[in-house]
Write a protein that binds this ligand. Structure first.
Ligand SMILES: CC(C)(COP(=O)(O)OP(=O)(O)OC[C@H]1O[C@@H](n2cnc3c(N)ncnc32)[C@H](O)[C@@H]1OP(=O)(O)O)[C@@H](O)C(=O)NCCC(=O)NCCS
Length: 292
């Protein structure tokens, strides 16, 4: 179904749902920006409620994408990209606004996103408010000592505890996202409980250019360090990255201590009456710019 069409100097743009058959072209748009997603990531984006990813095609070719996710009252927009030669013609505004409308219709009370520096002015014009920055740290994983970490594949009942912790940090139920990540990348899913020193969980995903570690939620820096050390040991020698909320100074400190370097930043923004603030003190690594 075509939701809207618009005449451009270089063709007729059709705004429509994005289908799984669009994934190869959507991947190519992201790769042109140096993004890290794979086909597995896109399949996951399309499977998450409310299943309202959007596409703009011009003369049949995909030129813009946006994905949506809904975690209780919080909607999320991700994967916003317009092909370089179609920018500055209102397509970014049209696809983001349609994604926002789809989320309001699906029941969101607030819509969030992690903006790149290129995207931030567009979102600001649409009324989004900036909250905090996130820094992406990258490097090569080296083996580290750790203790008290159990792979979730070894004790599947730990997954429920991870979901409960995640809810404490984000204030909403994100278990569908966590379940999908743990199913896609079981070797990157672990839970840590250090007697008297807190608890936490980590997930991750292998990308085109590096392994993105996250989300990582922990009640103490000690637990966060153990989980990162476990992930680094499993991924020894591989390119890794994670996105830390700036307000969590311990998280940013850990990234530097583990030898990673800051490479880029995002700005978390929201639209709506209620920011549904995360507890950034518990969030050491987010799920990535597409999901927060
Ligand atoms: C960000 C991006 C999607 C914008 O797409 P676009 O089609 O060029 O945006 P539009 O033409 O719809 O512009 C919408 C509004 O934002 C403004 N705008 C867009 N990019 C801007 C920029 N870099 N700086 C200042 N203003 C900008 C436009 O002037 C326009 O304002 P107006 O509606 O008041 O005239 C596009 O630049 C892109 O794909 N960038 C690379 C990927 C990326 O960073 N995506 C964002 C992920 S969060």
């Amino acid at each position: 179904m075509i939701a809207a069409i618009q005449a451009l100097p270089n063709g007729v743009a059709a705004l429509r749902p994005l289908h799984s058959s669009d994934i190869p072209a959507a991947l190519y748009l992201g790769w042109q920006e140096g993004w890290n997603q794979t086909e597995t990531d896109w399949a996951r984006f399309l499977s998450l409620p409310p299943r309202r990813a959007l596409a703009i095609s011009v003369n049949g070719a995909l030129v813009a994408t946006a994905t949506t996710a809904l975690f209780g009252p919080v909607g999320w927009v991700g994967m916003v990209v317009v092909a370089p030669n179609f920018r500055g013609q209102g397509l970014g505004r049209a696809i983001v606004w349609s994604a926002v409308q789809a989320l309001w219709e699906a029941g969101a009370r607030t819509v969030k996103l992690d903006a790149t520096p290129l995207g931030q002015p567009l979102y600001a014009r649409l009324g989004f408010t900036a909250t905090f920055k996130l820094h992406r740290y990258r490097g090569v994983a080296t083996p580290q000592p750790f203790e008290g970490v159990t792979p979730i594949s070894a004790e599947p009942e730990l997954f429920a505890r991870a979901c409960a912790l995640d809810r404490l940090a984000y204030g909403v139920d994100r278990s569908a996202l966590l379940r999908a990540l743990a199913a896609d990348f079981p070797s990157l899913a672990a839970y840590c409980e250090a007697p008297g020193a807190g608890c936490g969980y980590v997930l991750g995903r292998h990308g085109r250019r590096f392994c993105l570690i996250g989300p990582l939620v922990a009640t103490t820096p000690r637990v966060a360090r153990n989980l990162l050390a476990w992930a680094f040991s499993s991924l020894s020698g591989q390119a890794v990255a994670f996105d830390c909320p700036e307000p969590n100074a311990e998280a940013n400190g850990l990234a530097l201590e583990l030898g990673l370097e800051p490479t880029r930043s995002f700005t978390r923004m929201y639209l709506g009456q209620e920011p549904y603030s995360e507890d950034t003190g518990l969030i050491y690594a987010t799920s990535g710019a597409e999901k927060g």
